[in-house]
Design a protein around this ligand. Structure first.
Ligand code: ARG
Length: 579
């Protein structure tokens, strides 16, 4: 409907503006919005006000001209001018019915694929080897995966890039410790408690000189491609990612082994990149190190900030790797867009990397590099989310606790579900609640992790939305005749719900454009509220409801359920028939 009105306005302006005095980009960016108050129409645009300046005319006059030249269309019943020059459109109710019918018949529920698919690299999750996934990795994983699902559904070529921290000088120490453990036990080990492993390795390194010497030697060997050290290193990477994959699977996250593109992938490129930057004068030698000075970043004294890309011992840094990585994504993967889901503290790091890449021409101006930052996860006390003893909260423990709490919550309900079904329901609610709590707030803000809030069946929570879905499915189980008919709008509650359903495509598209899953969460929440309102206001299965009304309302229920299911699935959350 929105698209249609935009096109009508465009045609009207073209026919008015014969001499082309209106900048085409103004016309291309016409905005049509839904109105808040339906008494003044269903859609409105401010285009007349925007055109007032270039056309040097009064906006109300322009609005009048646009309306006069508007092509006739059956979908619109009335057009009016309001205030300083808004144009308000009243939609023909039959047109709503027709749009709903088209949407019901479309497996994509009215969401078109993009005309020109883009290659979009999404950098997300990115845990570190031999370390527990920390809170910022969870946020990155959950939010990144929702955006990935949306971009893919919109028809783009999405490349998931799990930029794991699998390289660095700490690997000498880790290899030496792995060797020690294996020698002690006389067999391979199964690394499951990363925190302990890392801590013990560090302890050996700090207290045992012989161990430290060996560790430093192993770093050199590993960097030189030594077979034994490579093998031990690979073991560490694999053990870590096997554990992480279990968490991805449990979280219904779409990442798999083939998406691992860790820091080590770019090792071979690092010497070339540094040489190239030096040869072209972008990097200079400074006290044995190689440094890039960028005028746009200044230190406290107002001098250009130096960014080391090779240390004086020849070692490379996180920045160097990310320069090579961005180059690879632009030149080899041919990305049109590169999204980085990392916490907000990495902003300066990324901006530095991008500035160097642009200056060197590694990434063209046509490539959009976007930092999609997120805030911290806080405990109920407003402080960073930690265990009682102040340690990192393990994702595994969070998921276990979520399932235990849901099991408890559901105990009191009598249910006809089998044990297997119950297990699945517990999984869906627990995982859905944890993920949704993270997704539903604007990601740029910190958010408070609150069990009671996220597991509540009321409010903007996954259980509430899942319940709305199950409730609709229950209506169909109860109906003697569950067949659907054409949707006819007979009252406000129906119309509100119908209009919301028709806004699904916009909500999904906005997540793709703005990389903010909370926009889709808000949409689904509002849809559920409108459904609950409709359900209270409009009887469906009561005996005195005429057949055509019942069938129309059942069709509205069915379409709502489909949108709920699809919408939640784009967020990575499951629904169930019964819960
Ligand atoms: N492994 C990093 C961390 O734990 C995140 C990597 C983000 N991606 C990147 N290309 N730098 O903070």
């Amino acid at each position: 409907m929105k698209q249609l009105i935009e096109n009508l306005i465009k045609n009207s302006i073209y026919s008015l503006d014969k001499d082309g005095s209106v900048n085409p980009s103004l016309i291309a960016n016409i905005r049509v919005d839904r109105t808040k108050d339906r008494a003044h129409g269903d859609f409105a645009t401010n285009i007349a006000m925007i055109l007032a300046k270039p056309l040097k005319k009064n906006p109300r006059q322009i609005a009048e001209d646009i309306i006069a030249a508007l092509p006739k269309d059956d979908h619109i019943s009335k057009v009016e001018i309001a205030g300083p020059g808004f144009i308000n459109f009243f939609v023909n109710k039959d047109a709503i019915s027709k749009a709903l019918k088209d949407m019901s018949a479309d497996p994509r529920l009215g969401i078109p694929k993009v005309k020109t698919p883009k290659t979009i690299v999404v950098d997300y999750s990115a845990p570190n080897v031999a370390k527990e996934m920390a809170v910022h990795h969870i946020r990155s994983t959950v939010i990144g995966d929702a955006v990935v699902r949306v971009l893919e559904f919109l028809g783009n070529n999405v490349i998931r890039a799990n930029h794991i921290g699998d390289w660095g000088t700490q690997f000498g120490m880790l290899i030496a410790y792995l060797e020690k453990k294996e020698n002690e036990s006389g067999q391979g080990m199964d690394l499951s408690d990363f925190e302990a492993f890392y801590r013990e390795a560090k302890e050996c390194y700090d207290t045992d000189e012989e161990f430290a010497v060996k560790a430093r030697h192993y770093v050199v060997l590993l960097q030189g491609g030594d077979e034994y050290c490579r093998k031990m290193w690979k073991k560490l990477v694999n053990m870590t990612m096997v554990q992480n994959q279990k968490l991805y699977d449990r979280l219904d996250v779409t990442l798999s082994d083939k998406d691992i593109m860790g820091e080590s992938l770019y090792n071979d490129m690092l010497p070339e990149v540094v040489d190239d930057l030096m040869k072209r004068g972008i990097a200079v030698e400074d006290q044995g190190a190689v440094v890039v000075y960028l005028p746009q970043f200044k230190n406290k004294e107002g001098k250009p900030l130096g960014n080391i890309i090779r240390k004086n011992d020849g070692g490379y840094l996180y920045t160097t790797t990310d320069i090579a990585c961005a180059k690879y994504r632009a030149q080899t993967l041919k990305a049109d867009r590169i999204l980085y889901f990392t916490d907000s503290r990495q902003q300066q790091h990324l901006e530095t990397v991008w500035a160097i890449c642009k200056k060197a021409g590694y990434v063209g101006d046509n490539v959009s590099m976007e930092h999609c930052p997120f805030g911290m996860m806080l405990g109920k006390d407003g402080k960073p989310f930690k265990t009682r003893s102040g340690g990192t909260v393990k994702l595994r423990d969070v998921l276990d606790e979520a399932e235990a709490r849901v099991t408890n919550l559901l105990k009191e309900r009598n249910s006809t579900l089998s044990e297997d079904e119950k297990k699945q329901v517990i999984h869906n609610i627990a995982i859905g609640a944890v993920k949704y709590a993270d997704l539903c707030k604007n990601r740029t803000t910190d958010y408070v992790f609150d069990w009671d809030q996220m597991l509540s069946f009321e409010g903007n929570t996954a259980p509430y939305l899942q319940y709305a879905y199950s409730r609709i499915r229950a209506i169909f189980r109860k109906a003697k005749d569950p067949s659907l008919g054409d949707i006819k709008i007979t009252c406000d509650a129906e119309e509100d719900l119908a209009n919301k359903i028709l806004a699904f495509a916009e909500a999904v598209q906005s997540v793709g454009d703005k990389t903010l899953p909370n926009l889709l969460c808000n949409y689904i929440f509002e849809l559920s509220n409108l459904f609950m309102h409709f359900y209270e206001a409009c009887p469906i299965l009561k005996d005195d409801v005429p057949e055509d009304v019942r069938k129309s309302r059942l069709a509205l229920c069915d379409l709502t359920a489909k949108v709920l299911k699809q919408g939640l699935s784009l967020l990575g959350i499951n629904v169930m028939e019964q819960m």
